[in-house]
Design a protein around this ligand. Sequence first.
Ligand code: HEC
Length: 173
Amino acid sequence: MKIKTIMLLVLISAIGISGCADYNGSEEDAMADDELDAQVSEPDAAAIFSKITDVDGYKEWSIWPGNESLEEGTGVHGEYVTVYVSDNAISSAESGGEMLPYETMVVKEGFNADEELTGIYLMYKIEDYDPGNNDWFWAAYSPDGSVNAEGRVDGCINCHYDVNAADYVFYNA
Ligand code: HEC
């Protein structure tokens, strides 16, 4: 009788321990998912700048179809502008007026009247980032890469809303 009781106790505590381990395990998984969500919903403009200047340099992408470098701008982002688009969006950009695919990046360089680079502007389309405004992440940089604005920037969105039918991209209108 006594041995059976001891064995039963051992069995119960073993179940208890493994149950506990399971619980801890799933809690860690949940934390990892939260961290992932935070990354998806809040991209980091500085990290993106490194990526598009070092790893996948935007200057290797195409200039927006039908345009050239140093086009005359409206003055909002510079006297002259050059607009680049990531490879995944080329066919949509060629058609014009279409919604651009997720992961599209549109990068614009602004230049002053002396053709000196004064700023770099980014639109980056991330699924579920900002569903009310076509899911664009916005960022404005100085030429050295320092971040002047980033996120769901009202100033950018309000003006680009003029061309919301062209997915908020003036060059796509
Ligand atoms: C007052 C209006 C206005 C505001 C504010 C504005 N933009 Fe623009 N943006 C334009 C116009 C107009 C163009 C078209 C090219 C040109 O003339 O510069 C443009 C072009 C662009 C482009 C190239 C793709 C396209 O739409 O043709 C990017 C990228 C861009 N803007 C990013 C931004 C970001 C990021 C912000 C906020 C930090 C911003 N813009 C704020 C008016 C605006």
